[in-house]
Every structure is written in C-alpha cells, then in structure tokens.
Design a binder for this molecule. Structure first.
Ligand code: OAD
Length: 243
C-alpha cells in the first residue's frame, strides 16, 4: 500500500469520499456503462434515462427501472461499502458523496449519504417533482400520482436534468474543506460530479483515486491506486491501522 496515502489518512481530520458505479460493481450491479444485459441489451442507458424517453414511452422507462430495482433485491453491499462505513467512524468530519442510485451505501450502514443522482428505490411524481412514498396499484404502468394523477417516475437524475441543489452544494462544500478526498470507482467524466476532485485539489487536499482503470483524474490526482475497491479499501484500512 502506498505509504503516502497511509500517511495522509493518518494525519487527516476531514475526509470526503466520492463513489461511482465501480464501488457497486463487486456487488453485481452493472456499472453504468457496462453492456446492458438480457431484455435491455438493445437499449443504451442514454436512450432510457431521459425525460424525453419517459414522455415518449413512460411504460418502457418505468419497466427498465423496475427491472433494475428487482436486481437490487439479489445483491448485497460488498467489502468496499463496508470499509467506508468503518472509515467514517475514524474521522471527526467524514462526508460520503455518491453518484450511485442503488442505495447500497445506506444498506451497508453509511449514515449521511449525499446522493448526487438520486435513488431508484425512491419514486416521485413526474409533473409535481415531489417524492411519492405510496400509491394505489391499479395495474397501470407507470402508476399514477395520488395527488395529481400524473405519471410516477423514479427519483433519479436523468440525462439533461439538473442535480438536486442541496446535494451538489453540500458536496462541493465538503470537497473544498477536506484534508483527503477519495475518488473511488468512477470514470470521472460526468459533470458536475467530476468537478469535485478539482475543487479538492484547488483547496490543497490530498486527492487519492482508487479505480480499476485510468481516468482523466489519474494524471492530476496526488495518488492513484489501481485495483478493485472491494480489495483496496479493506487493505487501506488495515495499512492505516483502522482494521
Ligand atoms: P462508470 O461506469 O462511468 O465508471 C465506473 C468506473 O469504475 C470505471 O472507471 C471502471 O474502471 C471502475 N471500476 C469498475 N469496477 C471497479 C471496481 N470493482 N473497483 C474500482 N473501480 C471499478 O460509472 P460512474 O463513473 O459512476 O449518471 O458514472 C457516473 C455517472 O455516469 C453515473 O452516475 C450516471 C452516468 O451517466 C447519471 O445517471 C446522471
């Protein structure tokens, strides 16, 4: 394990973490750009995860998310998710930001998770843009909002949509006020999430990338550890003396 990373984590008081689909990959959740499998093989996510796609074929988009939600019942948080729960306990200030919409960080035990792109286990009204916790199933797909009878949709950020203000503002604040910023399992190509590591670098934080492959962040990061997060994170905790 890189001694520089260990030293930085040992002297840090404030740690901010950004995770991407790579952290859930070892739980069996396909990364966002993995080939879609089975029924959805002939659709690209960009064709389904947009307001236009939903307006054009709300049933198709709802069923794609229902399929993804269904898959979540078959997966568990992996050692990478659990290592982040253990890491959080070691710092007075620890912020976990995720681009993932699978809720696995919460299921692993992470308390405060900033969900930049929403969560597919939550549903909202397409027209009123408010979360709808329950509705009457009539068999209609998508189901209707009990308030306005409009269509319900997953509470996730689609291509072309704004991120929730509070989430991106809090994520930016935490990225600019940390001693160590960990970027884990993300291709670092989708903005504004990909800007958070730049905010951290500009503020003088030690930026550590943990990723299977090189990304645009690799050359600017203070350290870049190549490997699977489910292996590297537990090893890092042991090296720092936290496990
Ligand atoms: P990507 O699929 O773009 O990138 C996943 C990254 O994780 C890649 O760089 C892989 O090399 C790496 N990776 C895969 N398995 C890994 C493992 N076991 N351990 C460590 N790294 C691993 O997913 P994201 O970067 O999360 O946005 O994608 C960002 C956003 O793009 C998504 O949130 C989604 C998509 O558009 C919205 O839906 C708005």
């Amino acid at each position: 394990m890189d001694a520089g990373v260990v030293a930085a984590l040992r002297r840090a008081q404030r740690v901010t973490v950004l995770t991407g689909a790579g952290v859930s990959a070892e739980s069996g959740v396909p990364t966002f750009r993995d080939a879609q499998t089975g029924l959805w093989a002939n659709f690209k996510p960009e064709q389904l995860a947009t307001p236009g796609a939903f307006r054009q074929d709300p049933k198709l988009v709802w069923e794609w998310y229902a399929w993804r939600r269904e898959k979540l019942h078959t997966v568990e948080p992996n050692p990478g998710h659990k290592a982040l729960v253990a890491l959080a306990r070691r710092y007075p200030e620890f912020t976990l930001i995720t681009q993932n919409v699978d809720g696995l960080h919460q299921r692993a035990g992470s308390k405060r998770v900033i969900e930049l792109h929403g969560n597919i286990t939550r549903t909202k009204c397409f027209d009123e843009n408010i979360v709808v916790p329950e509705w009457t199933e009539t068999g209609e797909v998508p189901p209707r909002c009990p308030q306005c009878r409009g269509h319900l949709r997953p509470d996730v950020v689609w291509f072309g949509e704004e991120l929730p203000d509070e989430a991106i503002n809090e994520a930016t604040r935490a990225s600019g006020a940390c001693d160590v910023f960990l970027s884990i399992g993300t291709s670092s190509v989708v903005y504004p999430a990909a800007r958070l590591s730049e905010v951290a670098l500009r503020s003088g934080a030690t930026v550590v990338e943990i990723n299977s492959d090189e990304t645009p962040l690799t050359r600017n990061a203070t350290f870049s550890l190549r490997g699977a997060s489910g292996m590297v994170l537990p090893e890092l905790l042991r090296a720092v003396g936290f496990a």
